[in-house]
Design a protein around this ligand. Sequence first.
Ligand code: VNL
Length: 392
Amino acid sequence: MDRRHALRTTLTALGVAAALTATAQAQNTTPFKIGFILPMTGQSASTGKQIEAAVKLWQAQNGTTVAGRKVEVILKDDAGVADTTRRIAQEMVVNDKVDVLAGFGLTPLALATAPIATQSKTPMVVTAAATSIITAQSPYIVRTSFTLPQATVPIADWAAKNGIKKVVTFVADYGPGLDAEKFFKSQFQLNGGQVIGEIRSPLRSPDFAPFLQKVADLKPDAVFCFLPSGQGAAFMKQFGERGLDKSGIKLIATGDVTDDDQLNDMGDVALGVVNSHHYSAAHPSATNKKFVQAFEAANKFRPNFMAVAGYDGMHVIYNAIAATKGAGGGDALLAAMKGQIFESPRGPILIDAQTRDIVQDIYIRKVERVNGQLYNVEFDVQKAVKDPAKTK
Ligand code: VNL
């Protein structure tokens, strides 16, 4: 090789290197976009408020750059209306070119978006909706919240072991409520208990009074209740007003009813209610104490289970961006989300690689007054619970 040729080769190599660097830089200057769709108004607005606060806290604590790539969150309000969720998801994918869709405050909103995730190969991180079947609606769905069968089976076990023989179930009449009703009944019966009544109340503008009268008439040992986040306080108030708390009928529930977002305002009627769920603001771990302290300092309200699912959703997404070295891409991100394990404020969690659903500890808790405030105090746990609707 003569010197001139060698020089040309070197210059060409340098040119290629420079071009590659330029491409990499061009890629890195395009922000990685996360499109959150949440109910910020309407009946489920508290869910949007909680998740938004958690997303902001995550970014305040972890920055807005991952593996050299700027991360941008776009948040839009669907008011809890499925047609709106679908339209916003479409716009986010086509116009904003989001890399990940996230949020979904209610089951119908997640179901409406699933086909868009599949068609566009966009990972869809569900940080709220909790009907079991959601993750089966698209191979691009990953969930960081919970499922109703997962949260329900442990309270059915607890009830049967604690002298409760006859139960009336009382659930919101849609996906998660039907999951709760079905899995409470099968597990409770398996343990020798009896379900003597199944009551469903409409999701929209519920009036609990007539249903509570039916519960009183049936005289069960306990009523098992699931209502979505945001309805617990109204239910609890009517439960007290009708004197059910003093009638000898125990109230047991999933933790959606004794929601940290409203619990402190529920008053004495909530005291002693035993319930099962994956997150309590009173969870006694160092990670959670730090989380709650920072969250309350930033927001002047307590984080609930929606907040922790939003926070962990961001954690899963940030880990996936890092795993792709900032490059992203629907399939690569999805692959990097599957199998993630880390310590959440709720305890250890796993994103099951087969189902893309969350595996987590479910706690049995009792509402108690601690330093003048009402909390769900954990006293028992089932470890590493998979969605029972998927393993049966
Ligand atoms: C759902 C499930 C929504 C549990 C909830 O709160 C909840 C749902 C808004 O799948 O629609 O607590």
